[in-house]
Design a protein around this ligand. Structure first.
Ligand code: KDG
Ligand code: MG
Length: 438
């Protein structure tokens, strides 16, 4: 049989760095053909340098390594166990160059598709294989994704404080550092605690106890308070600074519509997660009432969680992340769909995603045409030490590493000195004691 003038049975296959001829009839479908580089080891590393992270390190028989983040806050051991029991044995012997095929193999092959545990595990493999491909090619991953569309990723920082006066000071601190965008969260009078406010302001960590901390939520108090906060912030900082706010899934669509409308005078860049997003058509109601842009997606795992939100243009920013949405391969697919509908990226970048995830996100951020904003919460010095990386902050932008691959690694000896500690995300109740969304 002829194929493009060449006999089909002599289709050329590529060993990383050199071409080999492989008979089609000899292939196993796993990429484990004679002459190919193979994966010889895949290690699942759980470490807690201040908080828990799960990392997959893939090793080829040429000695090239790649890393992928598999951290799912509060459910870390579920992903670690999924990887160890169900994924690592399938990786040994596979061709690391076959990123798409490996993705499809793990996704279709699981039968039980999607879900945060499965998709975080697939993401870790996918990210590690992109890292390896970049190292083998001698190029930073963004070059493999089409090269730069911009010089750096505009980031937003978190200005959090119990009182409005303190939050103004926090915002000023970010502006002085060069930030162009700031997410603003304050305490709500009458509530002992609320989302995003607490700790020392610099390092965010909501998973603060082995058994979930319980907080109390009051929608009326919140809706009454928030517009006044943004009135003061705008008055103080003028029209240029991009302002964002995270509702953290706590409202109903009509309550979210009311909030969006009341915030219109303050020109927010986005209102995040106004409602829980399982019901995609619920966003229509918000859209009918307000022009405040909507961002959503940090708990999404696949394009199927957001295709309607995107194709009906019910949101403005899609905030899915490399680690929870199937890796670089699948997140790029989501961003490509979004680009068709004027929806921009706003990748989740909380500090419970490891520096490996942030490094991977930055390669996507600088390459895709429809980049919006990248969330940036600094990791603790202990975390930065465990994950040496080459990305850097410069005047309101994050710049990806120029090293081949992702430009991030894990120091396994140091990681071993920080053993896992059980930690859960909080839960939330209404004043009458019934469960609400945290
Ligand atoms: O683990 C949960 C956090 O990642 C989440 O609460 C952070 O909402 C968040 C954000 O926007 O960064
Ligand atoms: Mg959020």
């Amino acid at each position: 049989m002829e194929c493009g003038g060449h006999p089909m049975e002599t289709i050329a296959s590529v060993r990383y760095g050199r071409r080999e001829r492989v008979s089609l009839t000899e292939t196993t479908g796993s990429g484990a053909e004679e002459g190919h580089v193979r994966i010889v080891d895949a290690r699942v590393i759980v470490t807690c340098p201040g908080r828990n992270f799960v990392t997959l390190k893939v090793v080829t028989d040429d000695g090239v390594t790649g890393v992928g983040d598999a951290t799912l806050n509060g459910r870390e051991l579920a992903v670690a166990s999924y990887l160890t029991a169900h994924v690592v044995p399938l990786l040994i012997g596979r061709d690391p160059a076959r990123i798409e095929d490996t993705w499809q193999y793990l996704y279709r092959g699981a039968y039980w598709r999607r879900g945060p545990v499965t998709m975080s595990a697939i993401a870790a493999v996918d990210t590690a294989l992109w890292d390896i491909k970049g190292k083998v090619a001698g190029l930073p991953v963004y070059q493999l994704l089409g090269g730069r569309s911009r010089e750096g990723a505009t980031v937003y920082g978190h200005a959090n404080a119990p009182a409005v006066d303190e939050v103004l000071t926090e915002i000023a601190r970010y502006v002085a550092l060069g930030y162009r965008a700031v997410r603003v969260q304050t305490g709500v009078p009458g509530l002992a605690a609320t989302y995003g406010v607490g700790g020392d302001g610099q390092f965010y960590e909501p998973a603060d106890a082995a058994i979930p901390t319980e907080t109390v939520w009051d929608t009326d108090a919140y809706l009454h308070h928030v517009p006044g906060v943004f009135a003061r912030v705008r008055a103080e900082f003028g029209p240029q600074l991009k302002l964002l706010h995270d509702v953290h899934h706590r409202l109903t669509p009509i309550e979210a519509a009311r909030l969006g409308k009341s915030l219109e005078p303050y020109g927010l860049t986005w209102l995040e997660d106004p409602v829980p997003a399982e019901l995609q058509e619920g966003f229509r109601l918000i859209r009918q009432h307000t022009t405040t842009p909507i961002a959503v997606g940090e708990v999404f795992n696949s394009v199927w969680d957001c295709h309607q939100l995107i194709s009906e243009q019910l949101v403005d920013y899609i905030r899915a992340t490399v680690v929870h949405a199937g890796g670089i391969t699948h997140l790029r697919r989501i961003f490509d769909l979004a680009a068709l509908y004027h929806v921009r990226s706003g990748s989740h970048g909380a500090s419970d995603l490891s520096p490996v995830c942030l490094a991977a996100a930055l390669h996507l951020d600088v390459s895709i045409p429809n980049f919006g904003l990248q969330e940036y919460m600094r990791h603790t010095p202990d975390t930065d030490a465990v994950f040496p990386h080459g990305y850097r902050f410069d005047g309101g932008y994050l710049l990806p590493s120029e090293e081949p691959g992702l430009g991030v690694d894990i120091d396994e000896d140091l990681a071993a000195r920080h053993p896992y500690r059980p930690a859960s995300l909080p839960v939330n109740r209404l004043p009458d004691g019934s469960m609400h969304n945290w």
